[in-house]
Design a protein around this ligand. Structure first.
Ligand SMILES: Cc1cc2nc3c(=O)[nH]c(=O)nc-3n(C[C@H](O)[C@H](O)[C@H](O)COP(=O)(O)OP(=O)(O)OC[C@H]3O[C@@H](n4cnc5c(N)ncnc54)[C@H](O)[C@@H]3O)c2cc1C
Length: 387
């Protein structure tokens, strides 16, 4: 069997890319998934949506993705559970300089946001204990989505366009012929491909290495907790990155919240095929303490769930996207680095156009793994998955 494109991994990155390739005119596209669609990081994602980034490239991409999520039902026939409830980023005094610079840059690129400091603060988060908070920025167009629904929407639209999907079909290795990747090996034989797209999330590293390709990707364990706040209390409706207490909060509705630890924190490298799936008791207690201090209304909230998943982290916490110099038949789309859900729709569209036409915007080319050799890593203001 020969395909124009074989996409490996049906998380949000692979599903959206397969759809965009088919939509862009690729005749034969095969999407391969080792388990079930969205069974990797995508299925566990908090799926917070924001445009609060520190480089013009990611601000542009996040902004375009929000527009795409907003019109998903029109385009794909079903929506991705996007709730445009707003987003707040809370800053310490040390973060102010970078935050002011970023907010000005974001405004120039058309992002609607509102700086909140001094009188009137915290207008968009009346529930918050303001102690120790220097300022915050509010983005009305941010919020959260349903990462599984969004992935399924892309997958179904891909198949409706005639794309071929195979679940429970692990790629055992990349087939390499000299300076080309020529296809993939499956349990039931080889599949030839014009181009293989590696969208295997934290498993992209072993996949790339099976074809002799370098992949400087860490696989780190990321824990999350789900809580129920007692009825009758006011809980935030917006998604929140809280740089003061190093936590993030994503509403689920009905007083239920996903709460995780944000940067700065310790990141533990693990084997992506063998790591502890349950959350640690100390982690759960720590998150509860931080959240209840910041939001007194959360007092005596009940733990509903707690689990661990993986971040696939690149050296600069920006994804690897696109072809590599000197290598034919291969493209990366991995290394979401803990913030890759929201940017995947627009990245997939631009990656597909690059692969189909050979042309890409100059800023977008910096996503290529080539930036490692070219020493052109992205520089962000705050660190970690803040981007
Ligand atoms: C707990 C948590 C919270 C997060 N919160 C946010 C957030 O708030 N906002 C945000 O934007 N991002 C967030 N992220 C990050 C975001 O979810 C990820 O960057 C994104 O979902 C990654 O999608 P992906 O498709 O690249 O990878 P994945 O979802 O990991 O998908 C990779 C797929 O490849 C498959 N695969 C692997 N190896 C093979 C193989 N050899 N053959 C076939 N298939 C294979 C896997 O089974 C998997 O389904 C979070 C991530 C986690 C873990």
């Amino acid at each position: 069997m020969a395909y124009d494109f074989v996409v490996v991994g049906a998380g949000i990155s692979g599903a959206a890319t397969a759809y965009q390739l088919r939509r862009g005119g690729a005749a034969k596209v095969l999407l391969l998934e080792r388990g079930e669609a969205a069974s990797g990081g995508t299925g566990k994602s908090a799926a917070i949506i924001r445009q609060s980034y520190s480089t013009p490239l990611l601000v542009r991409i996040a902004r375009e993705s929000i527009a795409m999520l907003g019109r998903m039902k029109d385009e794909l026939g079903e929506d991705g559970g996007f709730v445009q409830a707003g987003y707040c980023f809370i800053f310490t005094g040390d973060m102010l300089e970078g935050a002011r610079r970023n907010v000005a840059m974001q405004k120039q690129l058309g992002v609607v946001n509102e700086w909140c400091e001094g009188a009137g603060f915290p207008a968009h988060l009346p529930e918050i204990n303001p102690d120790g908070i220097a300022a915050m920025v509010y983005e009305p167009h941010g919020g959260y989505a349903d990462p599984i629904r969004a992935t399924e929407a892309y997958l179904r639209a891909f198949r409706a366009l005639g794309g071929e999907y195979r679940g429970r079909a692990p790629v055992r290795r990349l087939l390499r012929r000299g300076s080309r990747i020529a296809g993939v090996e499956l349990d039931d034989g080889d599949v030839a491909a014009g181009t293989v797209v590696n969208a295997a999330g934290p498993w992209s590293k072993p996949l790339a290495e099976s074809g002799g390709l370098a992949m400087p990707l860490r696989s780190v364990r990321e824990q999350d907790t789900v809580w129920q706040v007692p009825g009758g209390r006011n809980v935030p409706r917006v998604s929140i990155s809280n740089g003061v207490d190093a936590i993030y909060i994503r509403p689920l509705g009905g007083g239920r919240l996903v709460i995780g630890r944000g940067f700065p924190k310790e990141y533990t490298d693990v084997d992506p095929y063998n790591y502890k799936l349950a959350a640690d008791a100390e982690f759960i207690a720590d998150v509860q303490k931080r959240a209840e201090h910041r939001f007194p209304a959360f007092g005596s909230m009940r733990l509903i769930d707690a689990y661990a998943a993986l971040y696939d982290v690149t050296p600069d916490w920006y994804p690897f996207v696109g072809p590599r110099s000197g290598l034919g038949g291969y493209a990366d789309f991995c290394g979401g680095s803990g913030h890759g859900f929201k940017v995947a729709p627009a990245i997939a569209r631009e990656l597909a156009a690059w692969l189909l036409t050979g042309r890409a915007a100059e800023d977008f080319r910096q996503f290529s793994h080539d930036r490692i050799a070219d020493r052109k890593l992205f520089v962000q203001s705050f660190g970690g998955n803040r981007g």
